[in-house]
Design a protein around this ligand. Structure first.
Ligand code: UDP
Length: 314
């Protein structure tokens, strides 16, 4: 198959590249390296089935590209620190970038388009766990809205193509994901805590640490994405992808302290505006339609992530 991955030099994108190269597919990756990095794709450079286009999906000419069996649209700053640092880029890639890519996809008249959406479309949710049918509780102009509302726009644009042209589009809502190739500086709980623990610095908890998240190991997520893109009859579907194993942020910090091991202490800091209090995916739909559920336990996934951080960043 011919595959296009926008954001293919990012954390999840570069892990997804590997899944398709393993299938002997030809993989085109477009990335402007705003938050993605060269080192994430270094191992693919010598593979004759891999092509890298250094460009912004809002600007790069698409006319010279072949047609694709699957287009995955993952390009976007994605961590709270990154989308707050690049709010205009985040708005633009998810709005203009998505429309541009959908238009390119529609002209092909074939293939599947997969949008990477996010649990942030649920905002600070009032329904728990979150099923795909929940409309969310999003602050439309708060500090997180450059990401949340841009992804909601991207979902709307994608399903508009489905309704108007019957295009084969599919939407994946990613919940918190972690694993090798996370950036050490993107400010996420997992990456911050691992770096802090490995360097014996205090682990920075925002708020009192009772907020919850549910963390999915990256290979579980990319397997689900592959299934979502390649299964038949999923046109127009919106599916949560994540691990429903919910825990508090303080428990995550304690687990990482045990696994490193480390002499770090825990320090408390003010929490950001609109930080969701609870988050856990309802994955009944993914189980049913993709015959998928996550396999990697949090301690096992964290051990692999800690090993990667030691090699990549220390
Ligand atoms: N968090 C924290 N300390 C950190 C980084 C994050 O306490 O150093 C908290 C953050 O406030 C949020 C949770 O951990 O409640 C998950 O944050 P992350 O940035 O990983 O992802 P989010 O789910 O907010 O997109």
């Amino acid at each position: 198959m011919n595959i296009l991955i926008t954001g293919g030099a990012g954390f999840i994108g570069s892990n997804l590249v590997r899944v398709h190269l393993t299938q002997n597919d030809t993989v085109y990756c477009i990335d402007n390296l705003l938050t993605g990095t060269q080192k994430n794709i270094d191992e693919y450079r010598k593979n004759k089935h891999f092509r890298f286009v250094d460009g912004d999906i809002c600007e790069t000419p698409l006319d010279n590209l072949p047609s694709f069996d699957v287009i995955y649209h993952l390009a976007s700053p994605a961590s709270p620190v990154q989308f707050k640092k690049y709010p205009l880029e985040t708005l633009r890639v998810n709005s203009e970038g998505t429309l541009r890519l959908l238009s390119f996809f529609e002209k092909q008249r074939r293939g599947v388009f997969v949008l990477a959406s996010t649990s942030e479309v649920y905002g600070d949710p009032l329904v728990h766990p979150q099923p795909e049918t929940y409309f969310g509780n999003v602050n439309p102009n708060g500090i997180r809205s450059c990401y949340d509302e841009a992804k909601r726009f991207a979902e709307s644009a994608t399903l508009t193509y489905f309704r108007k042209y019957r295009s084969d589009v599919r939407i994946a809502r990613f919940f918190n994901t972690y694993g090798p190739r996370m950036e050490k500086d993107d400010g996420r709980a997992v990456s911050n805590f691992i770096m802090q623990a490995l360097t014996n610095q205090p682990l920075t908890i925002y708020g009192n640490g009772t907020q919850t998240r549910s963390f999915c190991f990256v290979t579980d997520l990319t397997e689900a994405l592959f299934r979502l893109a390649t299964a038949k009859n999923l046109k127009g579907e919106v599916i949560n992808l994540g691990n429903p194993n919910e825990l508090t942020i303080i428990d995550l910090a304690k687990m990482i302290l045990t696994l490193t091991p480390s002499t770090s202490v825990i320090s408390y800091h003010p929490i950001g505006q609109d930080d969701p209090k609870r988050r856990k995916p309802d994955i009944s739909k993914a189980k049913q339609l993709l015959q998928w559920s996550p396999k990697v336990s949090l301690p096992d996934g964290l051990r692999k992530t800690i090993a990667y951080f030691k090699t990549a960043y220390l």
